[in-house]
Ligand binder design. Structure first.
Ligand code: SF4
Length: 754
């Protein structure tokens, strides 16, 4: 990790000067968020003030983290960039592909067998390019990052939506798609819309049953699942300083559920204690040296309304434990009102399973507080009525809580310890009987509770709460139990009450681990072979996309005119297709299968102009490709909204679609298309969408003089011999036009290196 400490020293050397310069440019006191963002602008951008919510800005992140499902395509693309090493410290974490079924050991060994080729690929490609590799069983990406890599004042991007977890240690940490990760690893800047700022002032101090999770459950109730969109949420105040670093991580983690770009806390004594407790007192000492820059200015926190776009205040002394759900994380219920809500809404009161852990809530503090309740259950002769599972977030936490006896305590209560992985949180849960689709209730300390997420059963009512509340309700087996006021009947027929949970923020004997599951990369990876079997159906090395042929595009077919909403899920579905995330040819068989064809209102049924019959979208496109004929896709408004997955741009490119012409784009998808060398065009007149006919043959003119701000011309030749010529706008700048000409941004990066 010497690489890391040197990198952190460089960042800290830069921060004071950058912040002083930003102060001059902005001309007013700065929030913590602004300080860190300004400290990470590229040289060219550093001297400008940016308009929140509208300006697109280039940043230089310090780190990249990738989980195993998304790392595959990110690294396959990186291999195309022609670099011998990653430009910034990067890590891969094998956590998403382990299915929970029986218990940690069996599940882990089954996953290693089933996903062997993916793990071998990720291990070898990491080894070759200087990337740290965390093996299956090492833990969940965000917990491992918090324990090892997050640092105050840093900026990280991660190929997972809960990357903001690292905000608990004062880092700007943002979830992105694999193409963005690839760019940053190749040394390119990373673009982000300068975010709006939401300030959350925490006053008072928590006690009793309330925990950090309840802060974010309350915030989710206030802001809803969309309220944080385009914003960074900054927490401050005496209440913030009273929270443990891991508790802060929980709050930042679940900020993804309000749509926030990320969330952040300032550096304080709790951050220093956590850094020291996890073997990083050198970083704490460095942070102490620039502590004034690792928090917002005093004027900002004294009058937050003047500096944030929105301010929320929460008094921790009055905050009740919350239970959120079902089916959405923003349906927030204080525990005192929850039982009535269960009865009024007819939700199943019998609780089938309580699940604690995940990247959101698996710190030593979380586990020790939950274990204090499990111990009470044993001592007070209570038999847990629900099934109960524990997912440790990392091997370091698992080993330490095992050493300190907590796992034995859970065992006595009938709990089952699952592998240090995502498991049920991402639907990797072989829950017996789920296929019967019976109405039932579960409660978890995870972050998301959308229908079907945990077990695939749409009738599972999933609720989210703190590990303490999950444990208490699992002991009761009843969602209407309020541990703050109610009693339970024990095995001797006596009424007993659960006392308030107790725990420790950090282990008194320190953290311990025998094998953390880390593989350091080779010093010199030049001779390392990347392992991809040519017969694999899950992995496929990428070939470079062909460069533009230098002439206008003529005689293309219309593949589909998509009607209405067409998100990246419609373009490249998830679910069973996740398996093929590392195999572009195979995953391309899902291309646009969810899009509605405007001519027949059907999905995955388009006219094949070569045969005159109707066929599936990928098969039809493959027929055009085999015949050497290009095609175009026409779409409606906000085409490509949703997840930033690059597959939605790579699949059409791979199968020979040349242009996407729509009424409007979701911006990230538009950029992804440009990066892959596609033409992303919009109708100058959206009504021209109606002129296109099912059997059209299409030309795109003006490419030989393709220039920023200069529209292109698209000609639709109809089957009856008539034609329409329409104007197509675009947003390509000079550099992006070069991407198009080179065939992809990666081709250009590679060429520049050569
Ligand atoms: S534990 Fe859940 S939320 Fe966390 S990284 Fe895994 S799937 Fe995502």
């Amino acid at each position: 990790m010497a690489f890391d400490i040197e990198m952190i020293k460089e960042v800290y050397a830069r921060i004071p000067g950058r912040i002083a310069a930003a102060r001059k440019v902005v001309g007013k006191p700065l929030t913590l968020t602004e300080k860190i963002l300004y400290a990470h602008l590229t040289e060219g951008a550093a001297s400008q003030a940016f308009k929140r919510g509208t300006s697109y800005v280039d940043f230089q992140p310090d780190r990249v983290a990738m989980q195993d499902a998304t790392a595959q395509m990110a690294l396959l693309q990186f291999m195309q960039a022609g670099r011998s090493q990653v430009a910034v410290p990067s890590t891969v974490h094998c956590d998403h592909l382990i299915q929970a079924e029986i218990g940690a050991d069996q599940d882990l060994s089954k996953a290693k067998d089933k996903n062997k080729e993916v793990y071998d690929f990720l291990a070898s490609v990491s080894n070759k390019y200087g990337i740290g590799f965390w093996k299956p069983g090492a833990g969940i990406i965000h917990q491992v990052v918090l324990e090892n890599y997050a640092f105050p004042g840093g900026m990280m991007i991660g190929t997972d939506s809960h990357t903001p977890n690292a905000g608990g240690l004062g880092m700007i940490a943002i979830g992105v798609g694999g193409a963005d990760a690839c760019d940053v690893m190749a040394g390119l800047p990373w673009e982000l819309k300068f975010p709006k700022l939401i300030g959350v002032k925490l006053t008072g101090k928590m006690s009793g049953w309330t925990s950090a999770k309840d802060v974010i459950l309350k915030v989710a109730g206030i802001l809803t699942v969309k309220g944080g969109t385009g914003a960074i949420v900054e927490y401050f105040g005496e209440g913030a300083r009273s929270l443990s670093a891991t508790g802060k991580g929980t709050i930042c983690n679940m900020g993804a559920e309000i749509g926030a770009t990320t969330s952040i806390f300032g550096y304080d004594e709790k951050s220093a204690a956590y850094l020291s407790g996890t073997g990083r007192s050198d970083i704490a000492a460095l942070a102490d040296g620039i502590a004034e820059h690792l928090t917002g200015d005093a004027e900002v926190y004294a009058n937050p309304e003047q500096y944030f776009d929105q301010v929320i205040e929460i008094n921790l002394s009055e905050l009740e434990p919350h239970v959120n759900g079902p089916f959405t994380p923003d349906l927030a219920w204080p525990i005192s009102k929850f039982a009535a809500a269960v009865r009024e809404n007819g939700w199943p009161a019998k609780l089938d399973v309580g699940l604690i852990g995940s990247c959101t809530n698996s710190s030593y503090e979380d586990i020790s507080r939950a274990a204090s309740l499990a111990q009470q259950a044993v001592d007070k002769k209570l038999v847990a009525k629900s099934e109960y599972t524990i997912t440790p977030g990392s091997e370091q936490v698992r080993f330490t809580v095992a050493r300190d006896g907590f796992l034995d305590t859970f065992d006595k209560m009938g709990g089952v310890v699952l592998a240090n992985a995502c498991g049920p949180c991402i639907g990797q849960w072989a829950r017996h009987g789920a296929e019967k689709q019976e109405k039932n209730s579960i409660i978890t300390s995870f972050n998301r509770n959308f229908a079907k997420r945990a077990d695939g059963n749409p009738n599972t009512h999933a609720f989210v709460a703190s590990p303490e509340i999950v444990t208490a309700l699992a002991i009761a087996g009843d969602l209407t139990f309020n541990p703050l006021t109610d009693t339970l009947t024990n095995s001797e027929g006596n009424q007993v009450r659960l006392d308030e949970p107790r725990g420790l923020e950090l282990p008194t004997k320190g953290f311990a681990v025998e094998d953390a599951g880390y593989q350091a990369p080779a010093e010199d990876g030049s001779t390392v072979q990347v392992l991809v079997s040519p017969t694999s159906d899950r992995l496929q090395l990428l070939d470079s996309f062909a460069a533009w042929e230098g002439v206008d595009l003529k005689g293309m077919k219309l593949l589909i005119k998509a009607k209405g909403k067409c998100t990246t899920d419609h373009i490249s579905m998830a679910g069973p297709w996740l398996k093929y995330r590392g195999h572009l040819d195979n995953i391309s068989n899902n291309m646009l299968i969810g899009a509605v064809n405007a001519y027949n209102d059907a999905t995955n049924s388009v006219k094949n102009q070569l045969t005159g019959g109707y066929g599936e979208v990928p098969a039809t496109q493959r027929a055009y490709k085999a015949a050497g004929i290009g095609s175009i896709v026409v779409g409606d408004e906000n085409y490509g909204e949703g997840s930033s997955r690059e597959h939605a741009a790579m699949e059409p490119r791979f199968l020979g679609v040349r242009a996407i012409l729509v009424k409007s784009f979701a911006r990230i998808h538009e950029t992804n298309l440009k990066k892959q060398g596609m033409l992303a065009l919009t109708f100058a007149n959206p009504a021209d969408y109606d002129l296109i006919q099912e059997n059209d043959v299409i030309d795109i003119n003006g490419l030989t003089t393709f220039a920023p701000g200069k529209p292109l011309e698209v000609v639709f030749h109809h089957a009856d011999g008539t034609s329409h010529t329409v104007v197509a706008n675009h947003t390509y700048n000079e550099g992006q036009i070069e991407w198009f000409k080179a065939g992809s941004a990666l081709n250009l990066i590679k060429a520049a290196k050569a």
